[in-house]
Design a binder for this molecule. Structure first.
Ligand code: KIV
Length: 297
């Protein structure tokens, strides 16, 4: 049983935790960084056992586990519960909590307060915020409070409506220039990594070359410093189509559905539970119990 505190103070990483400075080393060594989302303790533990470097408790949880149509409805309280579960499971990877829509847009102060909640109440190692522009002072403020910040530009799902839907960003020279400028500004604001989502590969490669902080791509080509996939996409936990940038490494939805259907069949046919799943009692105790039952009738 590990004796390490579950929720270390910021600046005091838990024993065995990947040092955040290692990410820059990985970039320098051109060794790709592996990030995956997770939303509960078992998935955090499995991601850790599989060797992920970063586990993102994405606000994609709103869609993957809470059943919403977009990431927008995710609340701080929901994200705190999910992040707390993930930090109980994932020990070595850095656990990054995604700040949900509304938790950082209003003011720098609100952003800092909510980032502090993720660290104090959920044991997050870092937070992620979407966007640049007026979000730059949010990032700088949170960093100044001692909490590492991951940036996220390109397709930022919280503002998908303003971006004209879930579609690739930076496909014109002007948009690509703006993305590069935003990336640089987020680095200057103190971000330790930057997610590039749904960005043409050459643009992501150029941003990656220009920045000294690592970039993590999702739908951004192979030249970014790392890659991230959403847990449910990677494992095929959804039926139906996935975005172009998803590669499914397993098809678990039919496996799970078949297993639950087999359980249902066994229950209805009284094939489950079998003797091996059942507790017995000494014969004499059973006889005594039955005698008492008869006597008390
Ligand atoms: O919420 C999320 O899962 C994300 C990743 C797609 C980067 O932001």
């Amino acid at each position: 049983m590990s004796t390490r505190p579950r929720i270390p103070a910021p600046g005091t990483p838990a024993p065995g935790k990947l040092p955040i400075t290692e990410l820059a080393e990985l970039k320098l060594r051109r060794q790709p960084i592996v990030m995956v989302t997770a939303y509960d303790a078992p998935s955090g533990r499995l991601a850790d056992e599989a060797g992920a470097d970063i586990v993102l408790v994405g606000d994609s949880a709103a869609m993957t586990v809470l059943g919403h149509d977009s990431t927008v409805p995710a609340t701080m309280d929901e994200m705190i519960v999910l992040t707390r579960a993930v930090t109980r499971g994932a020990r070595r990877p850095l656990v990054v909590a995604d700040m949900p829509f509304g938790s950082f847009q209003v003011s720098d102060e609100r952003a800092i307060e909510n980032a502090i909640r993720f660290v104090k109440e959920a044991g997050a190692d870092a937070v992620k915020i979407e966007g640049a522009g007026s979000m730059l002072t949010r990032a700088a403020g949170i960093v100044a409070a001692g909490i590492p910040v991951m940036g996220h530009i390109g397709l930022t799902p919280q503002s998908a409506t303003a971006l004209g839907g879930f579609k690739a960003q930076g496909r014109t020279a002007e948009q690509a220039r703006r993305l590069l400028a935003d990336a640089r500004a987020l680095e200057v604001a103190g971000c330790f990594t930057l997610v590039l989502e749904a960005v043409p590969a050459p643009v992501a490669a150029r941003i990656t070359e220009v920045l000294s902080i690592p970039t993590i791509g999702i739908g951004a080509g192979v030249q970014t410093d790392g890659q991230v996939l959403v847990w449910h996409d990677l494992l095929g936990l959804y039926s139906g189509s996935s975005p172009r940038f998803v590669k499914r490494y397993a098809e678990l939805a039919p496996v799970i559905r078949d297993a639950v259907a087999a359980f249902a069949d066994d229950v209805r046919a009284r094939r489950f539970p079998e003797n091996v799943h059942t507790y017995s009692m000494p014969d004499e105790e059973l006889a005594a119990f039955e005698t008492e039952m008869v006597e008390n009738l």
